[in-house]
Design a protein. Structure first.
Length: 616
């Protein structure tokens, strides 16, 4: 081994310009910007490749784990996070039994949702019996009007059990602005309780009580920059309120916890959590805390419900798995994986077990908990972190210029922005600009709902006439297609769509596949075919199959030959559809052919129109 060769020394590293020149040759005259540069929904461009020189002006690659501004995480020695599961408490004894059970199955963080429970010392004793609060994280959320009472009861319980205050980890949920966004009810009357709550829990350094639920924005359709920018403004609003009330900034900052959603954009979500910590640290720093540790951002991540679906619901497992991976690699404090069946039923033991195991899988088998910020140094993710931070900061400053987050919520600015994005994303899903596998793209042709119905959003006062402020409109992106498909399924007869494949082999097969996927999104029964020698043979076969829709699938050039004869031979005995947008379309329309499906169609509106024509 005395002779050590340096591999590749005979090769000269290509420059960026040389890469671009090569790409230009391969594109054969196509526009580089249009073909390869991605314009994100977040307001910036993403290049097809990045090099070291692209990071020359960035400071984030020089950051270290566990050090200000914490872009690389709050820890130095591991990427450990809490595996959390929430429990809705209707009976404290039953909730306690469930908590003890799941704590033996890999969970080390419990979120008790108490609702409007009648709180008492006996209630807390029953709920927390045999749970070692110095070993696991436990958070509590009751009606906010009872938050102070809950804090008193918990402190009394901790004292009675003799717990070390340093070892109590968790939270007491208090977030009046979330209620305003969800229910349209002005909750500012509760804000004075916030400083009182902090005072009651000041001796518990790891028990947080002021929450920012930006996961609500995520589940309402917000883009990543919107959730990030508004979360920062939301947290700053509470920090300002607390310090104005005389709370020490170090204490105030340590009592704030962020609940953020995770969408399906894998790399962008990793960068979001890095950018969030970076910006929050800078915000807190402006309040001049005594210790930089007060600038750490504590984040609980929850996988999104916005992109979950009722049909082909096991695909929700794929969505939430990549989302969980993003959150883990992004360095969150704790995580909730939403069960795959959440859109249509109360989670079952099976779905909850799978949700827990999704986190345990990436911990125990993939070792995501071992390495701090493994994405650091990736030119792509470092760029995304910086770009997201810049765009989110612009939104943060805009809200501050409008008087802060609370003022913006009262004015309805935040709600209007998120609701507009929700409408746009529903429209994009309708046109397949956003894909939902199994819903608006590649649906399961034979799947039936089998009694599954979308669960209503628990947002009782959201559209009431006596709302004090505008509220968010919460609707999953798949909901429009699900309504359409359920309507079709409940019809007296489920329509049959028959592919009349003829002519050019490659084109007829491609268009038949496209058409089957298109029409199955409405729940139609689709029948594909290998091909017919004549249009008459194809039409006869369609009618023999009791077809309600006949889709002619051929090449653009051959439609001029086949489409009109097929339409005339069918003679109104079924709806006639042309797969594609051929150059001869005007001639076909002149002959009375009015239905066409192609990549530029609004899939949802087209299928609604077909249902109407079919009397559904």
């Amino acid at each position: 081994m005395a002779n050590k060769e340096k591999l590749f020394t005979e090769f000269t590293a290509p420059t960026t310009q040389e890469w671009l020149d090569k790409i230009e040759v391969d594109l054969k005259g196509a526009d580089f910007q249009k073909r390869l540069v991605w314009r994100t929904n977040e307001g910036f461009n993403v290049q097809p490749f990045y090099r070291r020189e692209d990071l020359a002006s960035l400071k984030t690659p020089d950051a270290l784990p566990g050090e200000f501004p914490f872009v690389r995480g709050n820890k130095k020695d591991s990427n450990e996070w809490y595996v959390r599961q929430n429990i809705i408490v209707t009976d404290p004894a039953e909730a306690n039994k469930k908590a003890l059970d799941i704590l033996m199955k890999g969970v080390d963080s419990i979120g008790f949702k108490l609702g409007h429970a009648e709180l008492s010392a006996e209630f807390i004793d029953t709920l927390l019996k045999d749970i070692r609060l110095d070993c696991v994280e436990v958070s509590y959320r009751a009606c906010m009007r009872h938050a102070l009472q809950l804090a008193d009861l918990l402190v009394a319980y901790f004292d009675k059990m003799g717990y070390d205050k340093e070892k109590i980890v968790g939270g007491v949920g208090f977030d009046p602005i979330e209620r305003m966004l969800m229910k349209g009810k002005d909750s500012t009357v509760l804000l004075p309780d916030m400083s009182k709550l902090v005072e009651k829990l000041k001796d518990y350094p790891n028990l947080r009580c002021v929450m920012v639920h930006s996961d609500l924005l995520n589940n309402s359709g917000a883009y990543i920059v919107q959730e990030l920018g508004y979360a920062l403004a939301w947290g700053n609003e509470y920090l300002q309120q607390l310090t104005d009330a005389g709370v020490d900034v170090d204490l105030a900052a340590r009592k704030i916890k962020f609940y953020m959603g995770v969408s399906e954009n894998y790399f962008m979500e990793i960068a979001k959590f890095r950018a969030a910590r970076l910006l929050w640290a800078q915000i807190v720093k402006q309040y001049e805390p005594k210790c930089d540790c007060a600038c750490k951002m504590c984040i609980n991540a929850s996988t999104s419900t916005y992109n979950q679906t009722v049909f082909d619901s096991y695909v929700n497992l794929l969505r939430s798995q990549t989302e969980a991976m993003s959150a883990a690699l992004g360095g969150v404090h704790s995580m909730v994986v939403t069960p795959f069946d959440a859109p249509y039923e109360k989670a079952t033991d099976f779905s909850e077990r799978i949700a827990r195991n999704q986190q345990l899988l990436i911990k125990e088998e993939s070792h995501f908990d071992r390495i701090v910020d493994p994405s650091a140094g990736s030119y792509y993710i470092e760029h995304l972190t910086d770009a997201l931070a810049q765009e989110a900061w612009k939104l943060f400053l805009k809200i501050e210029d409008e008087g802060g987050f609370l003022a913006a919520v009262k004015a309805g600015t935040v709600q209007a922005d998120i609701n507009a994005t929700n409408v746009k994303r529903h429209g994009d899903a309708a046109k397949r600009k956003e894909f939902l596998l199994g819903t608006n793209q590649f649906p399961n042709f034979t799947e039936k709902s089998e009694g599954k119905e979308p669960m209503a959003v628990d947002c009782t006062a959201m559209h009431s006439d006596d709302a004090d402020v505008p509220a968010l409109t919460i609707s999953r992106m798949a909901s429009d297609f699900e309504t359409l498909r359920l309507t079709t399924e409940k019809a007296a007869k489920v329509p049959v769509a028959f592919m009349l494949t003829i002519g050019n082999l490659a084109m007829r097969q491609a268009r038949a596949q496209f058409s089957c996927n298109f029409l199955a999104c409405a729940g139609y029964k689709v029948i594909d075919n290998l091909g017919f020698k004549t249009v008459e043979e194809g039409v006869d076969a369609a009618l023999a199959a009791d077809a309600d829709i006949v889709v002619i699938c051929s090449s653009d050039d051959e439609y001029a030959e086949y489409a009109i004869p097929a339409f005339k031979y069918l003679d109104g005995r079924a709806m006639f559809v042309v797969a594609g947008a051929p150059a001869c379309m005007e001639d076909l329309k002149a002959a009375g052919i009015e239905n066409y499906i192609h990549v530029k169609c609004n899939v949802l509106e087209t299928l609604k129109e077909y249902n109407q024509k079919l009397g559904i």
